[in-house]
Design a protein around this ligand. Structure first.
Ligand code: ZN
Length: 106
C-alpha cells in the first residue's frame, strides 16, 4: 500500500487555486499510510465530504535515493517528484541517481 499526502486549496473550496500540503503538528508535510486512513483522519478532524472532494490525495510514486523516504508527485510545473524529507523537487528519475547525494545531507 502506498503512502499518501494530501493537498488542499489554499483558500478553502475554490477552483484552480493554489494547493498546499496538509501539515502535521511540527509543520512537516503529513504522510498518511493510505488514502482510506487519510480520509478517516480528516473526517475525524471535522473535514466534510465536500471539503475532501476538493482535496488531492497523492500516492507515493517511488523512494528517494538520498534518504529512502517516499517520493510524491511534485506540484511544481516541470518537476515530476518531490521528497519532503530532503525538501527537494526532482525532474524525473534523477532522484534515483546515487551521484546526486550531497555529503552535507548524510
Ligand atoms: Zn529524500
Amino acid at each position: 500500500m502506498s503512502k499518501v499526502v494530501v493537498c488542499r486549496p489554499v483558500d478553502g473550496i475554490t477552483i484552480n487555486s493554489e494547493m498546499e500540503f496538509l501539515l502535521d503538528d511540527e509543520d512537516c508535510v503529513r504522510i498518511f499510510d493510505n488514502v482510506e486512513d487519510a480520509k478517516k483522519i480528516l473526517s475525524d478532524a471535522g473535514c466534510t465530504d465536500e471539503e475532501m472532494e476538493h482535496m488531492k490525495f497523492l500516492e507515493s510514486c517511488g523512494v528517494c535515493a538520498r534518504c529512502k523516504s517516499p517520493l510524491f508527485p511534485s506540484l511544481l510545473p516541470g518537476y515530476k517528484y518531490q521528497c519532503f524529507t530532503c525538501d527537494e523537487d526532482f525532474y524525473s528519475f534523477e532522484a534515483m541517481k546515487s551521484e546526486e547525494v550531497k555529503p552535507d545531507e548524510l
